[in-house]
Write a protein that binds this ligand. Structure first.
Ligand code: PMP
Length: 437
């Protein structure tokens, strides 16, 4: 109780200075103290299994990453207007992970700054203002990023859709209007109609390959392959937001766009790029970079600073040395298979989707596919009480979202799924008792 009181006092203290619009996770917020790999530790000394956080990509406080940052911080940190070798070294290493046509990189400090810059680049290159965006997409917190994020502008408290935005429906094979193997093509045909009906040419199309805030929805197979050429016919550029999906998380590929067999013109990255150190980047073609380069100077005080580059480099090295993409594939496949077994036993699990360590579990009302936010929240909070961190998302916040650090193990996966099993068993037993059956 003394410990509970400490948490309550800390919430009060936080709200004295920080408006609650900066929200806290869980009914009972956690007073965190330390972290290591896939574990986090609160003030009371409880150990939490982190099945949620995709930012500490190679593991919380990974020693190799921490050391790289510490060493560089002690040696030199400055802006990009001086020469220092860690910038081109890291740029070369990062670009080696992309298809050849994507050979220029601009560094910033967040995913939001990256999407903002990507849209400015698209505009500089095409001169067209019209932007096609994905239903439920999220790209960041700057004004430009919010304007292209249905998840924000379409919120009841949001500003609504601006005139230069064209929104297209999410090609979702669960709960969407097309479900079969050709769904991607049917969705694409409808989007192409919208493109062709647009009075102004489309300057840019932006989408995540797996729509996180839409509830971890992978774009239906073949979708981007149909859309990208149509955008380019209009003189537009295709942007892939890999902030959540990049760096091997999806297991079978390093970037999400590879799953759709396309090469974007612009890619934005963030979150996992530096394992929690604030960093983002825009990767693009020489041609687009050159159009942008004809405009006013681009300067970011912190984007591409030596410490960020050293940290980013260490992250790429750890991904390779510890074969974390392979681990995401192996553990992710196993994790998904366990969740599918659970789905066979509980009608309230409507769908299990995603690949690698980027999975979504849609919680529904039994007997139909109606979303069940209440039960999803119950599971999330009950897991928290069992020291497992997971989140919910989706248009109705009814999808369990799991995207752990890539060092997650099969034992960890089993622990999460066993806990969900027990929570659902208790939940139904209680219902049966209450209804007197
Ligand atoms: N794009 C996507 C897909 C994201 O999930 C996020 C963050 N949730 C962003 C962009 C913005 O990144 P940041 O919070 O680093 O500004």
């Amino acid at each position: 109780n003394h410990k509970k009181q400490e948490v309550i006092e800390e919430i009060k203290r936080r709200h004295q200075y920080i408006n609650p619009v900066v929200s806290l996770s869980y009914k009972d917020p956690i007073f965190m103290e330390r972290s290591a790999f896939q574990y986090m530790y609160d003030k009371e000394g409880n150990t939490f299994l982190d099945a949620y956080n995709n930012i500490p990509h190679v593991g919380h406080s990974h020693p190799q990453v921490v050391k790289a940052g510490q060493k560089q911080m002690a040696k030199l940190n400055t802006n990009t207007r001086y020469l220092y070798d860690v910038l081109p070294n890291y740029a070369e290493k990062l670009l080696s992970k992309f298809p050849e046509s994507l050979d220029k990189v601009f560094f910033v400090n967040s995913g939001s700054a990256a999407s903002d810059l990507a849209i400015r680049m698209a505009h500089a290159h095409t001169k067209h203002k019209k932007i096609m965006v994905m239903e439920h997409g999220y790209h960041g917190n700057t004004q430009i990023s919010i304007d292209i994020s249905d998840y924000k502008f379409n919120n009841p408290k949001g500003d609504g859709q601006k005139a230069h935005i064209l929104k297209t429906q999410l090609p979702n094979t669960y709960g969407g209007k097309f479900k079969d193997d050709n769904a991607g093509l049917y969705y694409a045909e409808e989007a192409i109609q919208q493109i062709n009906n647009s009075e102004e040419p489309i300057g840019a199309f932006i989408s995540e390959p797996v729509v996180g805030c839409g509830g971890q929805v992978p774009l239906a197979k073949g979708y981007l392959k149909k859309i990208y050429p149509e955008i380019r016919k209009q003189g537009g550029v295709c942007i892939s937001d890999e902030v959540q999906t990049g760096f091997g998380r999806l297991g079978d590929c390093f970037w999400g766009f590879e799953q759709q067999d396309v090469v974007p013109d612009i890619v934005i990255v963030g979150k996992p790029i530096a394992n929690g150190h604030p960093m983002g980047a825009v990767i693009t073609t020489s041609e687009i970079a050159s159009s942008f380069g004809k405009g006013v100077e681009f300067f970011s005080s912190f984007g591409g600073n030596p410490v960020s580059c050293a940290v980013g480099m260490a992250v790429l090295e750890v991904i390779e040395e510890e074969r974390l993409q392979e681990n995401a594939k192996e553990v992710g496949d196993y994790y998904k298979s366990l969740l599918i077994e659970l789905q066979d036993r509980y009608e309230s699990i409507g769908d299990v989707r995603g690949t690698g360590l980027f999975l979504g579990v849609e919680i529904v009302k039994e007997g139909n596919q109606e979303t069940n936010r209440e039960l999803a929240h119950h599971i999330k909070n009950a897991l928290r009480n069992r020291f497992i961190l997971i989140s919910t998302d989706g248009p109705d916040d009814s999808v369990l979202k799991t995207k752990p650090p890539l060092c997650f193990t099969k034992e960890n996966a089993k622990e999460v799924v066993n806990a969900i099993d027990e929570i659902l068993r208790d939940y139904y037993q209680k219902i049966l008792r209450v209804s007197g059956v």
